[in-house]
Design a protein around this ligand. Structure first.
Ligand code: ATP
Ligand code: MG
Length: 351
């Protein structure tokens, strides 16, 4: 638990003393935002330290996951099997004391397996009634593994819940709890028989996070950690209401018109009609949703790093995960073997 070094009191003492409430708004009110703000860097340091007990390396992936959670949005996660994706997300949920659920997407996954469904129940007197059985979307962090294996119908049930933060069945609307964070994984191999998410739907994910292989030193540590007698565990650093408060704060982070211009120039440079060097590689560019996303992501990154303003380096650091899934390379650049990240490098040079 992070502590205030001047008084020796826990950062969250003011919250812990309050009466427990269930309403998200009241929860946020009871959190001392200024304290959260001034100690965010320490808090993030503590989160990193806890995560490193079970996950070796992957610092960039962690930062991007934090940015996605604290901007109240969703993310795609791509990487080969066995890179610790599930373990990382599970660990984050546990550190933040959030509910966690996982769906394994397969072609026979039904929309109701995602959202939930009405079941018939009989009470003691033999009367029958309908009861809504909540599906896995009723959680705080949802890991949708191999989303491209689900059929378009089930994908759209999930995407609708993501967008509207509610599930509608017949005439009844069931609200999802906040925070609600969907992390959808895609496996870059074995594309056969899958249903890749359409571009319009991919745009709804704030970030596309790439998970890479550990280096030899990290791998040595992984083997050491997981081939021994004890399994490492983590303790809780935040609670749900803190996460909501941080989301609130992140939006309020000031950004100068200079830095905002820089973000807009980056997104503009991603469009094929532009006069930039990157334009020649592109068929389609990023939408205004990407501009909003880039600014929000940069704000959250600034907050995580304990600053009270957004710097150009925050925008720059978020450009790859915000843009890589929103630009479409043309035939010529694909032929040359360029990746979306190569084109984002060029976009950054142009901007
Ligand atoms: N960076 C890492 N730090 C710690 N453990 C790791 C790391 N990378 C892989 N592992 C270990 O590899 C194993 C597999 O991890 P996990 O199941 O989370 O992978 P995954 O990426 O979700 O795979 P899949 O795509 O098959 O679901 C775990 O036992 C985990 O401890
Ligand atoms: Mg997994």
């Amino acid at each position: 638990m992070p502590t205030d070094s001047s008084s020796g009191r826990s950062l969250w003492d003011s919250v812990d003393a309050g009466a427990p409430t269930s309403r998200a708004e009241r929860d946020v009110e009871s959190v001392d935002l200024k304290k959260v703000y001034t100690q965010m860097k320490t808090t993030y340091g503590d989160i990193k330290k806890e995560v490193s007990r079970v996950i070796v390396g992957q610092e960039d992936v962690l930062e991007q996951l934090m940015v996605a959670i604290f901007t109240d949005s969703h993310a795609l996660l791509e990487g080969f099997p066995g890179l610790g994706k599930t373990m990382l997300v599970r660990t984050i949920a546990s550190i933040m004391d959030l509910k966690f659920r996982r769906i394994q997407c397969t072609p026979d996954l039904m929309p109701s397996d995602v959202t939930g469904t009405y079941i018939v129940e009989e009470d003691a007197a033999g009367r029958k009634r309908f009861r809504f059985e909540e599906g896995p979307v009723f959680t705080n962090i949802l890991l949708a593994d191999e989303i491209n294996r689900a059929t378009p119908k089930s994908q759209s049930a999930l995407l609708e819940a993501m967008q509207e933060r509610q599930v509608t069945m017949g005439n009844t609307t069931h609200k999802l709890e906040r925070p609600f964070f969907v992390l959808a994984t895609q496996n870059p191999i074995e594309m056969e028989g899958t249903y890749p998410l359409p571009e319009a739907q991919v745009d709804r994910f704030l970030l596309k996070i790439m998970v890479g292989y550990p280096n030899i030193k990290e791998e040595d540590r992984i083997v050491e950690l997981y081939s021994g007698e004890f399994t490492p565990t983590v303790s809780k650093i935040l609670r749900r209401e803190h996460v909501l408060a941080i989301q609130d704060l992140s939006k309020k982070m000031p950004i100068s018109s200079d830095v905002r211009d820089y973000a807009l120039r980056i997104v503009a440079a991603s469009r094929p009609a532009g006069k930039n060097a990157a334009s020649q590689f592109l068929d389609y560019g990023a939408s205004p949703r990407a501009s909003i996303g880039l600014v929000l992501a940069a704000k959250a990154r600034a907050l995580l790093n304990g600053r009270n303003y957004v710097g150009k380096e925050d925008v720059k650091a978020m450009a790859h995960p915000v843009l890589r899934h929103r630009i479409i390379l043309n035939f010529e650049s694909e032929r040359k073997g360029m990746s979306p990240d190569d084109v984002v490098n060029q976009i950054l040079k142009d901007a």
